[in-house]
Design a protein around this ligand. Structure first.
Ligand SMILES: [Zn+2]
Length: 453
């Protein structure tokens, strides 16, 4: 396990439960210049170096959340780098990858990417990276965006909710995916097709306050047809495809088959799909509105099985905040309300709460929230506790509980469907490249987050 230290260590963290790629064991993590230089046996402590022994608390690799809508610049009143990255740090998240929308401008040009990086600089408490966007007609921007640091590209197959980020058709996707295959970068797909959604709307006029009507308006078949389309194009172009926020478990069989057939496909789901069930969502409760929607209880259990057997690779928050007025909380109007759940700070605890109840362990948690998302984003120095990786760590007490109090969350707006829920898993401290950015409720340093690319 010894690696040659390139610099004298500046911090050593010991725990009875360090979550490494292959196992969970007592260990000592040696950190120099923000990098893990060695992982040694527990109790092997060089002299004259600050030592933090967290005892029975778990040391996890910091969460890498590859699905975050920061919305700055342009919609900073929805969320911004300062608030989002404080929420991240408090939730054990050490790297976020920001989506190309809903900022203004959207990240579909190099100039927009540079604007976004400037907005994050000096404001972000954790490390951050950016996805670019594929929209109709920006083909020529993909290679320049990749050179400028975009880690991959996101597209919508259905209305995104934002006029500046229009959906793409099959005709747009084919050349874009060919280009991305050449670049070796993944295409992240919001996999719902408009046809089934339009058919649902034509056959039924919804009561805007009824959750069951909202659910029926975004049927599983919209996800299924979208998955079929992108699998077909994946086979044709060889482009890596990542399905974001999978909600319907009915897609799992075909995704499993596609992977067995060797297609370069990965899948994420979100904590809200793993936590909530349609049967329990009250009418008018628009805090739960997201797209695709939260489906029934048995669907949720199948998603957990998909995660357990590896058909679903990992969990990302899809942190997508909006101001209270846009969530239509008073009217409880599911048709008009902004779709999105902001859970950057709660993703680790919510996922752990469900995982724990289903007999999973902290090793699964690290794979689902750190290692595999880092791999999707190509961030080789992130997501693992191993020599050579950045010292991005979360000190986590898996047996402690807390009740979610919206006003105490660090995100900009205290809106959350998790309000009042008791979750397992308290983040005690968070380290970004060896610097403690969150310490038992405090934020001891300023905005040290860096753009990673
Ligand atoms: Zn999203």
């Amino acid at each position: 396990m010894m690696a040659e230290a390139v610099a004298p260590p500046h911090l050593i963290i010991s725990s009875k439960r360090v979550v490494m790629p292959e196992r969970v064991a007592p260990a000592t993590v040696v950190i120099a210049d923000g990098v893990i230089t060695a992982v040694e046996r527990y109790g092997a402590v060089p002299d004259a170096v600050p030592l933090l022994d967290v005892g029975e608390s778990v040391v996890l690799p910091g969460v890498v959340d590859t699905h975050v809508h920061v919305n700055e610049p342009g919609r900073t009143e929805w969320e911004g780098f300062e608030t989002a990255t404080r929420a991240a740090a408090a939730g054990g998240v050490t790297t976020i990858v920001d989506m190309p929308l809903n900022s203004i401008p959207v990240t579909t040009t190099v100039a927009a990417l540079e604007q976004k990086a400037r907005a994050a600089a000096g404001r972000a408490l954790v490390d951050h990276a950016f996805w670019g966007g594929v929209v109709p007609g920006n083909d020529g921007q993909l290679a320049p965006l990749a050179r400028a640091g975009a880690l991959g590209f996101k597209c919508f197959l259905v209305d995104s909710g934002i006029d500046e980020f229009p959906p793409v058709s099959e005709a747009d996707l084919r050349p874009a995916m060919t280009r991305l295959a050449e670049l070796g970068l993944p295409l992240l797909v919001h996999a719902e097709l408009p046809g089934p959604i339009a058919r649902a709307a034509a056959s039924h006029v919804p009561d805007p306050r009824r959750y069951a009507d909202y659910l029926a308006s975004r049927p599983a078949v919209a996800e299924l047809e979208a998955v079929d389309l992108v699998l077909r194009l994946c086979r044709e172009t060889g482009c890596r495809v990542h399905i974001v926020h999978l909600s319907t478990a009915t897609a799992l069989d075909r995704l499993r088959d596609a992977r067995r057939a060797g297609l370069p496909i990965t899948v994420e789901t979100c904590p809200h799909y793993l936590t909530f069930a349609a049967e329990e969502i009250p009418d008018g409760a628009t805090a739960w509105k997201c797209a695709p929607p939260i489906r029934q209880r048995d669907n949720r259990e199948q998603l957990w099985r998909g995660l357990a057997d590896g058909t679903i690779d990992f969990v990302a928050s899809d942190h997508s905040p909006a101001p209270p007025a846009l969530k239509c909380l008073e009217a409880g109007d599911f048709v008009r309300a902004w779709g999105g759940v902001a859970s950057l700070e709660l993703a680790l605890a919510a996922t752990w709460t469900g995982a724990r109840a289903r007999g999973r362990d902290v090793h699964d948690l690290a794979r689902w929230l750190s290692e595999r998302p880092a791999r999707l984003a190509g961030l080789r120095g992130k997501g693992r506790i191993a020599p050579g990786c950045d010292a991005d760590l979360a000190v986590f007490d898996p047996d402690a509980r807390f009740t979610v109090e919206p006003s105490r969350l660090r995100q900009r707006h205290p809106i959350t469907p998790y309000a009042g829920l008791t979750l397992y898993g308290v983040v005690r401290q968070t380290f970004v490249r060896g610097t403690c950015v969150f310490d038992q409720g405090d934020f001891p340093v300023g905005a040290i987050g860096r753009w990673v690319r």
